[in-house]
Structures are given as structure tokens and as C-alpha cells.
Design a protein around this ligand. Structure first.
Ligand SMILES: Cc1cn([C@H]2C[C@H](O)[C@@H](COP(=O)(O)OP(=O)(O)O[C@H]3O[C@@H](C)C(=O)[C@@H](O)[C@H]3O)O2)c(=O)[nH]c1=O
Length: 183
């Protein structure tokens, strides 16, 4: 597994070593020991999630607060997405900045997102199956969200606004200015 740091503390891109042969491919999609050795981090994952979405679906930007904050290791099993995170860690120099990466079943990249980030993704392929590990359980009451198109965040989502499909909940999320007061 190859590990690449980003300009955000502990936000890490992981690319697995893939063994291709005449049958297809094999790779270790997650291994505790290797992850810890290469990243120096030791999240204890307790929940795996999988979702499927069609072209233009945007889920996010989501996070859980307080003791229920979640670190996530995210990847795409089928299709392609634009994965986006926003740093909500007030003490970091990257506070309020966003980071985007294309994750796909082809590139097999994984993004490790530490606690303290809002996370979302947009489906760029006809269909995408998204998979992620979390180091804390889902807790509805601790769930929060951030408006995906807040001009203050300036995220380039790459698709025309008319092509986007969002849940009602995600269409009505507060902006960064509001969230900032609550952090
Ligand atoms: C996230 C989650 C949802 N649910 C339920 C609640 C709801 O009825 C249904 C769909 O939930 P949502 O609409 O919140 O699903 P979704 O919009 O896919 O939410 C996810 O978005 C991405 C971007 C993330 O980063 C995740 O942490 C999570 O917030 O599934 C669980 O039971 N467990 C969970 O862990």
C-alpha cells in the first residue's frame, strides 16, 4: 500500500498494491498492521457502511459532533465519485478549507478522513457503490451537515447544478458561518 499525505494533517490517500493475473485482480483492501505502520495512525474501526447512488447524486456534507465524531476510510467499489472533505478542526491552519479527490473502482484509491472533517461525495459515473469504514457508531442525534454549495467553501463540484440530486435533508443544511458558531 502506498500512502500519500495531503496538506491537511492526517488526511491521507492510500493506494493498495494490486496483484493482477489472468483471472483478474486481488488486493488487500484493508489491513490493520499495514495501515498503522504506514500512516502512524491507529483508528479502531467499528462500523462499515455501503451505499449505492446514481449519476449526479450528491451525499453530504456530513459529520458527527463531540464524542460521536467519526474518522472514515472511504473508497469506491463500483463507478467513480468526486469525494470532498472540509476541515472543521478549529485549531488547524487548514480550518475551513476543502480537499477533493476522484475515487473510483479503477484507481482503487482510499481516503482516510480523520475526525473533525465534514464529508461528502458526488457520483460522476452512471452508478456508484461507495464503501467506508468508521471508527465510531452512527448516532442520529450527533449528526450534523454543512451546505455543499456554500460560496464561502468555494467547492468546485464539477457538475452543473441542474444535474445534482440531493436528499431533502441535504438541500436544507446550514452554511459554514452557522456551523462555525457551533464548533
Ligand atoms: C449514515 C447512516 C445512516 N443510517 C440510516 C439513516 C437513514 O434512514 C438512512 C440514510 O441515511 P443518510 O441519508 O444520512 O445517508 P447518507 O446521505 O449516505 O449519509 C452518509 O453520507 C456520507 C457522505 C457520509 O460521510 C456518511 O457518514 C453518512 O453521513 O440510513 C443508518 O442507519 N446508519 C448510518 O450509519
Amino acid at each position: 500500500m502506498e500512502v500519500k499525505n495531503t496538506s491537511f494533517k492526517d488526511l491521507i490517500i492510500c493506494t493498495p498494491t494490486v496483484f493482477n493475473d489472468e483471472r483478474g485482480y486481488f488486493y488487500e483492501s484493508y489491513k490493520d498492521t499495514i495501515f498503522q505502520e504506514k500512516t502512524g495512525l491507529s483508528p479502531q474501526f467499528v462500523q462499515d457502511n455501503q451505499s449505492q447512488s446514481t449519476y449526479g447524486v450528491l451525499r453530504g456534507l456530513h459529520f458527527q459532533i463531540g464524542e460521536m465524531a467519526q474518522a472514515k476510510l472511504v473508497r469506491v467499489i463500483e463507478g467513480e465519485v468526486l469525494d470532498v472533505v472540509v476541515d472543521l478542526r478549529k485549531d488547524e491552519p487548514t480550518f475551513g478549507q476543502s480537499f477533493s479527490i476522484v475515487l473510483s473502482s479503477e484507481n482503487k484509491k482510499q481516503l482516510f478522513i480523520p475526525k473533525g472533517f465534514a464529508h461528502g461525495f458526488l457520483v460522476l459515473s452512471q452508478k456508484a457503490t461507495f464503501f467506508y469504514k468508521c471508527d465510531n457508531y452512527y448516532h442520529k442525534e450527533s449528526e450534523r451537515g454543512l451546505k455543499f454549495n456554500d460560496p464561502q467553501l468555494g467547492i468546485d463540484w464539477q457538475l452543473d447544478a441542474n444535474d445534482l440530486i440531493l436528499s431533502e435533508k441535504d438541500q436544507n443544511l446550514p452554511d459554514f458561518e452557522t456551523i462555525k458558531q457551533q464548533l
